[in-house]
Write a protein that binds this ligand. Structure first.
Ligand code: KMT
Ligand code: NI
Length: 176
């Protein structure tokens, strides 16, 4: 089974679960969000997805106070700033856990609780953000194609809704 997803409910600390009503994989499909779960330590499943979607590069990131030290708090604030990318984003959780929040068609937050073995594909142009959980430990594989256009485009920029990749996403998934 793929990761648990639900509407983000309530106020307060971004690292708390904020668990609201459940969201089905079908609903995620409609947003262009794909998900897989792979058991064990083998990267075989991830390799297969990467190959099929023509991903050639990757890196590993460890998000924790131990690995990031004084930068931890500012780093996780940046990850939690609502943004889009002009490229598809693939994330695979190697260890620990974390939350990806993606916008629904009605602009509500849907929270994906990702744990070890979970893989998610976020389409280019979807608004999203990331936060570690209360456990403060996420080790993840980030996959990218040859030329990653990876810069987060913050929604706080007023022109983001006019971004061509955003417009393409809206055309394909939101107004469809
Ligand atoms: C993103 O795009 O917000 C991230 O890649 C977050 C760190 S990867 C778990
Ligand atoms: Ni992102």
């Amino acid at each position: 089974v793929a990761m648990r997803a639900y509407y983000y409910a309530g106020e307060g600390d971004q690292k708390e679960p904020h668990e609201g009503a459940p969201v089905t994989q079908e609903k995620l499909d409609q947003l262009g969000v794909l998900a897989w779960h792979f058991e064990g330590d083998s990267l075989e499943g991830v390799e297969a997805v990467a190959k099929e979607r023509d991903y050639k590069n990757r890196d590993t990131v460890t998000i924790s106070p131990t690995s990031l030290g004084d930068l931890y708090e500012s780093k996780i604030r940046t990850f939690f700033d609502e943004h889009l990318h002009e490229d598809e984003e693939i994330r695979y959780i190697l260890d620990g856990e974390g939350y990806f929040d993606v916008r629904s068609k009605n602009d509500e937050w849907i929270r994906l609780h990702m744990v070890k073995g979970d893989l998610a594909v976020l389409p280019a142009g979807i608004y999203h953000r990331f936060t570690p959980a209360m456990s403060n430990y996420t080790k993840a594989l980030r996959l990218f194609k040859d030329e990653p256009k990876w810069t987060p485009v913050s929604r706080a920029e007023k022109t983001t809704d006019e971004n061509p990749y955003r417009l393409q996403y809206v055309k394909q998934f939101v107004s469809a």
